[in-house]
Design a protein around this ligand. Sequence first.
Ligand code: SF4
Length: 349
Amino acid sequence: MKNWQDILRASITSPADLNEHFNIDITSLSKVAAAFPMRINPYYLQLIEKTGDPLWKQAVPDAAELLDPVCMEDPLGEEELSPVPNLVHKYPDRVLFLVSSQCAMYCRFCTRKRKVGTGKMSITPETIEAGLDYIRHHPQVREVLLSGGDPLLLPDSQIEYLLRELRRIPSVKVIRIGTRVPCTLPMRITPELVAMLKKYHPLYINTHFNHPAEITPESSAACGLLADGGIPMGCQTVLLKGVNDTPEIMRQLLLQLLEIRVKPYYLFQTDLTYGTNHFRTSTATGIKIMRSLIGHISGMAVPTFALDGPGGKGKIPLTPDYILTRGDNLVFENYRGEICTYPESGDGI
Ligand code: SF4
């Protein structure tokens, strides 16, 4: 099998190249790819079965990206919340540290599509040092989330440099890596990478699968390698119209994630990112899906459905409402719609 770098180098980066495999409107999609970069590596490409299927929608530019009437470039206000370039300090005790501008695939729904994979995202030795320095001088930061782009597209030596430097900071207790490569380029998860990562525990990885067709022998093996390295794995799924916005698809995805040792962590309502409006469902769709899951499948497979507040307001859980009335008795429905009553204790109200 080719190594991951060779697979990545063989990626399709223009609609004209895609036309060898599928019949598409090259002119219109080329305009989209000029605005928002395209990269589909050969591994992910062979998972796409036909035009318009759920994997196609995630990977292939769509004319709707340039016709977005609602959304904005930076809906989470990340640039405003960056005390130094490429580091977002939104919550008091944790920071988001962007350490790579590249991804194994450029997802069409990406929250950071304003800059990921483009010259607008400049990650240099200077920005890395400025980020590390900021963390060193802010001891309230106990958790660092390495993201990008995809941190695992960096060479092992650069990832190790970052982990080693972070581990030298006594106030940093937990390191998290956000990466989509277990799903989009699972060959990147090599035994050598895992052997290096496991030196820096407590280390967590949050990966990102959106559809059951992304769970393959290759992605299962990648997640297994990471889990065998003692790395707890979570999944941050995005609710995407036409991809996973039905109870049945979501149920299959979540249950299969548990089988490959990945704990569903978040299900995100799509952010208001310019160029992604065509992926947005109503929040009611997500709440209905959550209602179809809670109680019906293992609680371990049920993520938190959340909306990231526009303007950097933080994550807000969106939960189905089971409560009918409050008072001396709490009256609520259970997952089967049966009415239940729980007498309140009388304190604390
Ligand atoms: S892998 Fe993540 S950061 Fe990269 S394009 Fe996809 S969603 Fe965006």
